[in-house]
Design a protein around this ligand. Structure first.
Ligand SMILES: [Zn+2]
Length: 502
């Protein structure tokens, strides 16, 4: 039996910003047999504050064909010296020092090899974090469709393009995807053009003019039926396998109503250029909120009869809510993941409350309580955690999701509806297309309510545990009252409060 590796728990800061990623231009095609991506990346960068003469890019298990500084005007490109640390990080020496009022461009030609990454000597890589996935028929499932899709969160976008793979980077994006003409493609932003090539392939050019974090980049490629819907003047599309074309609206059809409801409730309109949702095979999670191009696991594909047993509004609402909490305002580090996930989980509650009523929403929240309490028997952590070993393994749990959603619900109850949504709107507007940490959220609530809320955030976001209560009562029939005795029994603190109820 292999020894279980116990990693030390260490302080996990936000990545120090030395160079800022401004724009990412990608040109990709594929070798399906080898499961390779053949890519060219042109990155526009700018020193964050201090002058720089070097640049580090995450690029996991690539073959690098060329790495050049892009010449300005008529100047030719210049090859740059670099070392490739553990086949994971390119440490690049620039041609000179750059100041913060200057930008520069790096062009990288490469082949990304996600399967080789799985055999990386560090042992850190496996199916769930190799970033780029080739799906095809196999002996177990000869009818499996051909698909390519990506999964970037948390550090896996750099498995298919060179980048600064951290949530506190934001970049605009262009990508040209070349595939056999029979396949549809999906990426972030808008499809600007499709060009037929002489070799029978087609090149789709997607552009997102609004900045977002590298972990939210995506591609989905396959034989899809694309069902077109609409919200205001933006496209809302559903990508399903052709046999599910007839039920796509039954699966995803509440999306335009959700867009209206969330835009109004949050006081900030859905900010992106389109909204597409695609189902992919063998996905590593339930879904992923890639900006304007959410991917879902195949269990969403159900026919109308199966949908009579219930819909998937919870997961659809969750991913859509991320487009404000996560995609528009991004946690500055994974320690603050709850700023993405607690809100997305609470988005499910808000949709249920709006669409199906308070009872349905409360029942959903009660399920969340049970999920958290069950996990709490195994581990108890602060919702915001700067100390952990591995973001993927440690943070995506019932603390960040279900407990965090319930704490937001409690905060709403404490400050009142009007203050709650005013504070959230203030937080969203102040940090749009930027990042935030938990203190930014607290400050927005303090600004709106006028109250110092350190006590609340310290207790519920920054400390672990929850109240453990013994509740008993005595009825005094002669005096006509009942004494309800609530005793907190958790180890950290003890207090008794007695409430009388006539
Ligand atoms: Zn989520």
């Amino acid at each position: 039996m292999p020894a279980i590796e116990v990693l030390p728990t260490i302080y996990q800061p936000a990545l120090r910003q030395i160079n800022d990623l401004r724009h990412t231009r990608l040109d990709v095609r594929f070798d399906w047999d080898k499961k390779h991506l053949i890519g060219k990346a042109v990155l526009t960068l700018q020193p964050h504050f201090y002058a720089v003469d070097s640049l580090s890019l995450d690029a996991k298990s690539f073959d690098i064909h060329s790495l050049e500084l892009v010449g300005v005007g008529t100047k030719p490109n210049v090859p740059l010296r670099y070392t490739y640390r553990d086949s994971l990080v390119l440490d690049i020496k620039l041609d000179r020092s750059y100041r913060r009022d200057e930008t520069y461009q790096i062009a990288v030609s490469y082949t990304a090899q996600p399967e080789r990454l799985v055999n990386h000597p560090s042992g850190r890589f496996h199916y769930d974090n190799k970033g780029l996935y080739f799906i095809m028929p196999d002996s177990l499932n000869p009818s499996k469709p051909y698909q390519i899709w990506t999964q970037g969160e948390t550090f896996s976008s750099s498995c298919w393009f060179p980048t600064i793979d951290a949530p506190n980077q934001k970049t605009t994006q262009e990508i040209t995807i070349t595939v056999a003409d029979k396949y549809k493609t999906l990426s972030n932003g808008k499809l600007i053009s499709s060009t037929a090539n002489p070799d029978g392939t087609r090149s789709d050019y997607w552009k997102q003019a609004l900045p977002h974090a590298p972990y939210l980049f995506t591609m989905a490629i396959g034989d899809y039926a694309v069902i077109k819907d609409k919200w205001r003047d933006i496209e809302v599309n559903y990508y399903v396998e052709p046999p599910y074309a007839a039920s796509a609206r039954a699966i995803f059809g509440n999306t335009p109503d959700m867009l209206t409801f969330f835009s109004q409730r949050l006081g900030v309109d859905f900010p992106w250029e389109k909204y597409s949702q695609a189902v992919v095979r063998d996905f590593i999670a339930g879904a992923m909120e890639n900006t304007s191009a959410t991917l879902f696991y195949e269990r969403l594909q159900r026919d109308e009869r199966e949908l009579l047993e219930g819909n998937d509004d919870d997961i659809i609402a969750h991913e859509l809510f991320h487009h404000w909490f996560g995609d528009l305002v991004t946690c500055e580090s994974w320690a603050n993941l709850a700023l993405n996930e607690s809100f997305a989980t609470y988005g499910e509650y808000l949709w249920f409350e709006h669409k199906y009523g308070r009872d349905e929403a409360d029942a959903h929240l009660n399920k969340d309580l049970r999920t958290y309490l069950s996990e709490a028997e195994q581990k108890q952590e602060p919702i915001i955690r700067y100390y952990y070993s591995n973001a993927d393994d440690d943070l995506f749990d019932a603390h960040s999701y279900q407990k965090g959603g319930r704490v937001l619900h409690m905060l709403r109850y404490y400050v009142g509806d009007e203050a709650f949504f005013a504070a959230i709107a203030q937080y969203l507007k102040a940090h749009s297309f930027k990042t935030a940490e938990i203190n930014d959220l607290r400050m927005a609530f303090e600004s709106v309510t006028g109250e110092d809320l350190n006590w609340f955030f310290d207790q519920w976001m920054m400390s672990k545990g929850h109240p453990e209560l013994d509740i008993s009562y005595n009825v005094d029939t002669t005096k006509g009252y009942a004494a309800v005795i609530i005793q907190q029994t958790q180890a950290q603190e003890k207090s008794i409060s007695i409430a009388y109820q006539h």
